[in-house]
Design a protein around this ligand. Structure first.
Ligand code: G3I
Ligand code: 9MR
Ligand code: ZN
Length: 543
């Protein structure tokens, strides 16, 4: 039956604000029932929202009063029922484990045993030597995580993913320490087998990407933008992509992001491995120096021979901003401080995307224990709060509490949703005002099912999840790898598959422009940095 009642299908922590969205044009009463059928709560959905993004009228109700652990569903007269959802302290354990395991399963250049990965196990892939583009230089660039549904490895997005996962660890140590590499606990069972490892499996996984990024650093400190074949391959397993491995030219964005994330990583790894922390520091400082000497007007552009993901970014000032703040925080040199403050006095950057690094810079500056400028701190704080207030207003005009306007359903809109959640969380940290935390959590609820498509955007989680993501191993095996966040609705109608169904002129409302079909890479692909955003948000709002 067509669904009209929408909630987070994974569920809620007992103390969370809980809203239900009902697609209807008049106020209605609703009942929350235990999965056994017993009625536990009756409420009224009486807040009307004309929802432009979804092209519908919604009524919103509140059932925060339901706090007892259990499984529930919601019914309303004549409007059917919602998906089943949980309330409980461990509601998100499964989501966390699956979405974190994704990184392990994306490992490149590594024999992934079937015992740990089921049908996604495979032999070490992309072991070929890397060739610098139009140069005779070759180097070993094995390792790291495949970026997405394709098998490319891109430095900027990789750095962003690691930074977000480090924030997740910082904010919710208990959750992140609970992660066990599937080689330890088995893919299917997840049996708890307490680890005594010095470094947590979680940090060990992040190190897999950091190690690879270090291989992408040239002797002069600059970073190759990416390691990919010339073109995307077809839907084959990764070890069958055996074409030449090309290192695309160095870029400011890759170099700056790498400098920043290595500096950040120092404080996490120092406790376990002094040597590794020193290597990170050296690599970071060296990349920073290289970045300072680099100019690349217009940003990185694919040479015409290379057609894999471009990750072009015309503005590299925010990467410089993030790097300066992060190196100042980690190493304390006055130069880094001056560099950051000089840019920030011109403009305060914000953003958690793969091309917008401002907010990472702001957090590094606001959270450092080193001397900072009070006036600048206050200006950054104000900018962050004013962004959060804008987001709150947008979220209130959306029946699902989503902080996106109808124009913002772009490629990777689910990343924007998660990142908006992070901005709202930041505002909560700055003010302690509950409304910001509630709004942040609402972004998570959207991703997990409280949306107009009634879809849980994370594969293998919730009752009605994405089943056909644009992801080569999933496509090849005919079964979606669990724990992957889909890119989400994109109203551009940008790939062949969605174009075969809609046109730019005639398509459903923006928030419905997703087709759960393997071919639809503009709406239904997955990436490491969409999962990392999900994990940073999850760790933040559940800490
Ligand atoms: O910068 C413009 C902005 O000025 C303009 O207003 C806006 C219009 O909505 O477009 C902005 O640029 C877009 C950019 O995303 C910002 O979100 C580009 O047109 C758009 O093409 C770009 O989409 C990116 C997509 O690659 C295509 O380049 C996605 O963010 C990015 O996540 C995605 O990344 C791909 C990799 O290339 C390959 N691997 C898979 C991965 C996920 O699909
Ligand atoms: O699979 C590719 C995906 O990872 C990218 O995000 C997307 C856009 O760059 O491109 C996909 O590859 C497609 C290619 O661009 C066009 N031919 C079909 C490919 C998908 O099978
Ligand atoms: Zn590989």
């Amino acid at each position: 039956m067509y669904k009209n009642i929408f909630v987070n299908q994974c569920g809620y922590l007992p103390g969370m604000r809980k809203h239900v969205t009902i697609r209807t044009d008049k106020p209605v009463s609703f009942t929350v029932l235990k999965s056994s059928g017993a009625c536990v709560y009756t409420g009224r959905a009486d807040r009307r929202v004309e929802n432009a993004s979804a092209g519908e009228t919604d009524y919103v109700g509140d059932f925060s009063a339901v706090t007892e652990s259990g499984f529930y569903y919601i019914v309303a007269d004549g409007l059917g029922e919602s998906d089943t959802f949980a309330v409980g302290e461990d509601t998100y354990a499964d989501l966390f484990r699956k979405s974190m395991t994704f990184f392990y399963l994306q490992r490149c250049g590594y024999d992934i045993p079937e015992s740990a990965a089921g049908c996604y196990g495979h032999k070490a892939c992309h072991t070929q030597i890397g060739h610098a583009f139009q140069s005779s230089e070759t180097r070993d660039v094995t390792g790291g995580w495949h970026d997405a549904g394709d098998y490319g490895r891109y430095v900027g997005p990789g750095a962003m993913a690691v930074a977000q996962l480090l924030y997740a660890a910082e904010r919710n140590e208990v959750l992140c320490n609970s992660y066990q590499c599937p080689e330890r606990d088995g893919f299917a069972t997840g049996s708890p087998d307490a680890s005594t490892a010095a470094v947590s499996d979680y940090l060990e996984e992040l190190k897999y990407e950091l190690d690879w990024m270090m291989k992408m650093q040239r002797e002069d400190g600059a970073l190759y933008h990416k390691a990919t074949c010339h073109n995307f391959c077809s839907f084959i397993m990764p070890e069958d992509e055996t074409e030449e491995m090309v290192l695309s030219p160095v870029s400011v964005t890759a170099t700056g992001d790498f400098a920043a994330v290595c500096a950040m990583a120092v404080r996490f790894y120092r406790k376990y491995d002094e040597n590794y922390a020193r290597r990170l520091e050296e690599a970071s400082r060296k990349a920073y120096e290289a970045m300072k000497g680099m100019e690349l007007s217009g940003g990185f552009k694919n040479p015409k021979e290379i057609t894999t993901g471009e990750y072009g970014d015309v503005c590299d000032t925010d990467e410089r901003y993030w790097a300066a703040a992060e190196l100042y925080n980690a190493f304390g040199d006055e130069q880094y401080r001056t560099d950051f403050e000089t840019i920030a006095r011109e403009k305060i950057y914000q953003g958690y995307g793969w091309s917008d690094m401002g907010s990472y810079g702001n957090l590094a500056y606001l959270n450092t224990e080193r001397p900072t400028d009070d006036t600048l701190r206050e200006a950054i704080r104000q900018a962050m709060l004013s962004l959060a207030d804008k987001l709150i207003n947008i979220a209130e005009a959306d029946g699902y509490g989503t902080a996106l306007t109808e124009k913002q359903y772009i490629w990777g809109s689910n990343l924007s949703v998660a990142n908006n959640g992070l901005h709202l969380y930041d505002a909560w940290k700055l003010t302690g005002e509950q409304k910001y935390l509630d709004a942040a959590a609402a972004q998570l609820h959207y991703l997990l099912g409280r949306n107009c498509m009634g879809l849980c955007f994370v594969t293998g989680c919730g009752t009605n999840a994405i089943k056909h993501p644009h992801h080569r191993p999933s496509g090849f095996r005919g079964k979606a790898m669990p724990g992957m966040l889909s890119g989400g609705p994109c109203s551009w109608i940008a790939d062949e598959t969605i174009k075969s169904m809609f046109t730019k002129e005639a398509h459903p409302a923006p928030a419905r422009c997703l087709v759960d079909m393997t071919g639809s890479y503009s709406t239904n692909e997955v990436t490491i940095y969409w999962n990392s955003a999900l994990l940073q948000l999850l760790s933040s709002v559940t800490a």
